[in-house]
Design a protein around this ligand. Sequence first.
Ligand code: FE
Length: 323
Amino acid sequence: MKLLSRRQAIVGAAGAGLVGCRTEPNRASAEPKDEQALATKSGSARVVERIIDAQPTRDGAGVKLKRALGGHALPMLDPFLLLDEFHSDDPNDYAAGFPSHPHRGFETVTYMLEGAMEHKDSVGNSGRLRPGSAQWMTAGRGIVHSEMPKQERGLMWGFQLWVNLPRASKMIKPRYQDIAPDRIPELDQEGARVRVVAGTAFGRTGPITGIDVAPLFLDVTVTKGVRFEAPLPSEHTAFAFVTEGAVRLGPSRAEVRAGQLAVLGRGDRVLASCDASSGRMVLIAGRPLGEPVARGGPFVMNTQDEIRQAWDDYRSGRLVDGV
Ligand code: FE
């Protein structure tokens, strides 16, 4: 969704050169050490390692955003590169949208909660993003796309997540999965409302398929008194971003409020509960790639040479097949 100038700023801020593939060492653990030891001993409920406040920024042609992942505080969580939330009922914050721009080497995921956006790309795809819909775009070797608001007023609310591709898939043919709201399974899990966007949970499998990092993407709403427990592949990197209210996460029930991202430690399940009237979060997990990461504007490759090549290809019209 990013325009070049803004993404270049991010490269300087967070992703210049080769970036380490794991998150930074824990600077401030959100749970006491004995809680972490207890969790490890008892099996493997994931503890909350860090809580990050999403930071206000602008991107695209000036769209107001909050960046929870991909900024100074948390440059990346292998394989996840960026998480932005857009949430405003002021058209001045979103009307400019995300005009035509390129990507190579990773995937962009858009998840809409409210409002409408139109997507078009150089491969010939177009689609309408509406409340409850998801779009998983695998840029592969190159795509040019735009995402523009299709409303003049009212609330626009959603997310964009960037997911890295492994070296072997960075130059694959672009792919686009446009998922209408009614294709996303929604279930009640002991009082928690769960939408399964990607991966499998509680016997239901989300509609997104064929993604290298085998993602789990759940939209979970818990209410007061509900105790939510979900299995997570133990080798996956995982985090939760709270979208509404507050959620208590992990064995020590760390409070994570709307606009905060919780990095989850190792383990094979996640625990969530709620003391407020309700809390909602996206819970996201994926297999880490463990490869060098080179970022350059709208491109994410393994080396700076490959970034230079992407710019050359874009400027000379070779980034996109047939364009
Ligand atoms: Fe984009």
